[in-house]
Structure formats: C-alpha cells, structure tokens
Design a protein around this ligand. Structure first.
Ligand code: ATP
Ligand code: SF4
Ligand code: MG
Length: 317
C-alpha cells in the first residue's frame, strides 16, 4: 500500500553565482512495510531529497516544482503548524549526523521520555514503561539502568540504537534513515540494519534508507533507487535490480562492492559533478564506459525495462 509519493521534484540552491539546480524530476514511492534504498555517491542529492519530505532544507534551497503526496494531500503546501504534526509523529528521522542529535547534558532516558510525553501523551510510570519497551525493541541490554546513563556513557552503536528507539517511540508510519550506520564498524552496521529490517516487518513501517553502500541494503531493501547528479537513474524492485542491473552507473556501483568481485575492487573513475558544473546530455557520460555520441547531446529518458523497473540510459533505446 502506497504511503508517500514524490513526483517530479525539482530543487535548487541560491548560490553566490546564481541559482543552481540540484534535483531533477526526482520521483519515488514509499509503501507500507517496505524499505526503499536511495543509493548514490556523496553529493548526488540523497539528503536533500529526503529532507524535502520534512521540509527541513537549508535556507537557500528552493523547491521549484513537484508534488509530495501524504495522506491525500500535497505536503509541500501545508502550513508549518500542520507540518510539525507530521514531523516526528508520522514521519520520524534518523539524521545523517545522529551523534549530535543526543543532548550531552541530559540522560538518554530523559530525552526518550520527552519524546514519549509529546508523541504518546503519556506521563509518569506509563511513559517509563514505554521507554523500557523502546529500549528492549532496539536490544539495549539492562534497559532500566541504561535509561539513567548520559550519551557519553554509550558506545557509537548504542547511541544509534537509542536514536532509533526515539524514532520508534513516536510510532511513526515512515522512518527516514540517512546513512544510519556510516559511523559504525562493520559488525555493528549489520546489527543496526537487522534492527531496521525487523522494525519494517514487525511494525509495517515504511522505510526510506539512504546510503552510498549497496552491499549494506542488499538483504533488507525491497526496492532500490540509484541517484546520480540529482537524478534517479534506475529504480527497480530489489531482486530485479540485483539480477538485471541495467544502468552503467548502477553496474559500476555494484562492481565496486568487494564481495561481488572477490578481491578485485573496481573503482569508478573520475568524480561525480558538483551542482556548479554544467554537463550536457547524460550526466554520467564523462565517466561512462559505454558512452555513445547521443549521450553527450541528449538527456536519456526513463526507459521501462521490466515490471516497475526503469533505467535512464540510451543503451535501452
Ligand atoms: N546549502 C547549500 N547550498 C548550495 N549547495 C548545497 C547546499 N546543500 C547541499 N548542496 C549541494 O547539493 C547537492 C546534494 O547534497 P546532499 O546533501 O543531498 O547530497 P548527499 O547525496 O546526501 O551526499 P552525502 O552522501 O555526502 O551525504 C550537493 O552537490 C551539495 O553540494
Ligand atoms: S546514456 Fe550513455 S553515457 Fe549515460 S549511462 Fe547510458 S550509455 Fe552511459
Ligand atoms: Mg547526505
């Protein structure tokens, strides 16, 4: 069941040297109980796509067109008051830099209780019980004691669990997790991903998971959207994506994962462009092994190449 839909989102920034477009016709759907992984290299527009949903964008950002439908309304047209009701309560966020989202001056329990009081309207013993349950859900051992601890007494992985517990305490329908495991070591990464996967299944939460690491989402994602230079260049159900990867950029991303290529880690040559650079035609063409003449002149449309699978590459012409 569809919960949220972004259609043709265009966004840019007012920079010193003029307006620069950063998102081009970004569209995707979030379904109940499913995880969409938004994947791409640094700077491609993953965070600003997600933050457009909550309208937590930098001051110089401007959405020039697009629709974001949630509960039969375009949330881009909502008043700040109504948006506040959605943020946290309906759509929870694990931000890209979660380590700064805990206040060092208060115990983790106090911060979690605050969220529970606001979002679940509970007080005293009842709120405390919910806090213990939230810590149990994210598998923090000895939850009653740990609630009394301060953030600096938590390891990186435990802090991230506490932040997930806070997001869960809101009973949100949608969870946006922006690189939720980047700061953590590999074993903890897998545990946090398993936890998010469990939340998806047990609570039927729709999850937008942002990452630059395709290997990380392989097990848990239901759908993969690959972004390059502000555009979604391929979007497919996860199985289909891994079996029939189409876009040369997606293939290059997959080939740069060590496990799929044994010891040989292939890197993608060159750098993705910044929003200051103008590239005609397909924005991936300067780095693409398959580049043809047309690629330097025309922007490839989205070619439908399978059920619910599109790829913006002229090789499908
Ligand atoms: N306030 C701003 N003013 C101008 N450009 C910006 C601003 N914020 C972001 N950008 C640019 O917008 C583009 C998209 O940024 P975004 O943060 O969404 O990237 P990302 O895919 O999340 O990258 P990362 O993986 O590094 O987090 C980048 O090229 C970035 O430099
Ligand atoms: S459109 Fe051309 S340049 Fe772009 S990814 Fe496809 S083959 Fe490469
Ligand atoms: Mg980001």
């Amino acid at each position: 069941m569809k919960i949220l839909e972004i259609e043709n989102l265009n966004l840019g920034f007012n920079c010193e040297n003029g307006f620069k477009q950063a998102l081009w016709d970004v569209s995707f759907v979030l379904n109940k109980g499913e995880m969409l992984a938004l994947v791409g290299e640094s700077g491609c527009g993953k965070t600003i796509s997600a933050m457009s949903i909550l309208q937590l964008l930098p001051k110089n950002a401007k959405i020039t067109s697009g629709i974001i439908t949630y509960e039969n309304q375009n949330i881009l047209e909502l008043k700040t008051k109504d948006l506040r009701h959605i943020r946290g309560a309906k759509i929870a966020l694990i931000p890209q830099d979660p380590m700064t989202s805990l206040n060092p001056l208060y115990t983790v329990g106090n911060q979690l209780l605050e969220v529970i009081k606001i979002h679940q309207n509970l007080k005293g013993e009842e709120a405390f019980k919910k806090a213990v349950e939230a810590f149990e859900m994210v598998q923090i051992p000895s939850p009653r004691e740990r609630l009394k601890a301060y953030p600096h007494e938590f390891s990186g992985g435990m802090k991230q669990r506490a932040i997930i517990a806070m997001a869960l305490a809101c009973n949100a329908e949608i969870l946006i997790a922006d690189e939720p495991t980047t700061a953590l070591d590999v074993t903890i990464q897998a545990q946090i991903m398993d936890l998010i996967g469990k939340i998806k299944i047990e609570r039927q939460t729709a999850i937008l998971l942002i990452t630059h690491d395709l290997a990380l989402v392989r097990e848990h994602a239901d759908r993969i959207a690959v972004m390059y230079a502000g555009r979604i260049v391929e979007n497919a159900p996860a199985n289909e994506f891994f079996e029939h990867t189409n876009h040369p950029y997606s293939i290059a991303l997959l080939n740069s994962i060590p496990s799929t290529k044994g010891k040989f880690l292939e890197t993608i040559t060159g750098q993705p462009p910044s929003i200051q650079q103008t590239i005609n035609g397909c924005k991936f063409h300067p780095r693409c092994k398959n580049c043809m003449e047309i690629c330097t002149k025309k922007i490839p449309p989205n070619y439908i190449i399978g059920e619910n699978h599109f790829s913006a590459c002229f090789l499908n012409k």
